[in-house]
Design a protein. Structure first.
Length: 286
């Protein structure tokens, strides 16, 4: 990696966070004889989803949580999946429920997310959790935005008064991360594909959050010198290599600090899923 920007190491930060959570899980087990339970539901045989679920299961077990994956066939009906969620909602040993997306096309994703108990919604996507976040109240926050904020606070001791531009307005990343930046007293602009003069808008930002899903869209000359760049994008190029939404080689010559892809935001997402499971455990069980 070349350039003058400081590299924000998501891999190391995620490992430290998992160690910290593991210590707390061990303390809970010693004191109360119970551990947080994370249940992941996977419908179908999507190869990427299978890898993600196996990784989540492995890391949860490593830190001492009870981790269960419910692998359902692709032909599972919406009614059957709703019945499984009702069963998990009612089970007191289940603290966190995550339904791995995307779901097969015959299942309405919105209905499934709405059916998860908001207190167990460790993906932070339930409308009640989205509403709590929008109102600046405590709820479960989507994992990737939470991870972005932890990396950002590591790079910048104070965010107060800084100009932040979020490129992308998805419910999964763009909108929730904008709410978190507002709560941290940033001045926030949400930009997207229809934004006029996008490079000019981005150039004024002290903080750039790129979550648009287009490989290397954000160029080096879009970045204000010294800005902090958090690249949420994970795009696979024709040669099989992974790249972000930011042209890393260009941006690293201008930015003050930047996340790489891979090794930046990605590892933080699973670490924050475990953090959310612990948060849900405490909120539910005191």
């Amino acid at each position: 990696m070349t350039g003058e920007a400081r590299i924000i190491d998501g891999k190391a930060t995620a490992a430290a966070l998992r160690t910290e959570i593991g210590r707390e899980v061990a303390t809970i087990k010693a004191a109360r004889g119970i551990v947080p339970g994370l249940h992941v539901v996977l419908v179908g045989e999507d190869p990427a989803s299978k890898v993600y679920v196996a990784s989540k299961e492995k890391l949860a077990v490593e830190i001492g949580m009870n981790s269960v994956a419910h692998r359902l066939p692709a032909e599972t009906t919406e009614a059957q999946l709703l019945a499984k969620l009702a069963e998990l909602n009612a089970d007191d040993n289940v603290d966190g429920i995550l339904v791995q997306l995307p779901l097969p096309k015959h299942i309405d994703t919105g209905r499934i997310i709405d059916a998860i108990d908001p207190a167990k919604d460790v993906d932070g996507l339930h409308p009640i959790n989205a509403g709590l976040l929008a109102g600046g109240k405590n709820g479960l926050v989507p994992c990737t935005p939470l991870g972005c904020m932890l990396l950002l606070k590591q790079a910048l001791p104070s965010l107060s008064g800084l100009d932040a531009v979020v490129i992308g307005r998805s419910e999964l990343v763009g909108r929730p991360v904008a709410q978190l930046l507002l709560q941290a007293d940033c001045t926030v602009t949400i930009a997207h594909s229809r934004t006029r003069d996008l490079p000019v808008v981005v150039k004024r930002a002290d903080i750039v959050m790129a979550a648009v899903g287009r490989p290397r869209m954000v160029k080096g000359d879009w970045i204000k010198p010294g800005a902090t760049v958090i690249d949420v994008g994970i795009n696979r190029l024709p040669d099989g290599k992974l790249t972000g939404d930011v042209d890393f080689a260009e941006a690293a010559k201008v930015a003050g600090a930047i996340t790489p892809v891979p090794g930046g935001v990605g590892p933080m997402t699973i670490a924050c899923l475990l953090k959310n499971t612990l948060t849900a455990f405490h909120a539910r069980r005191g």
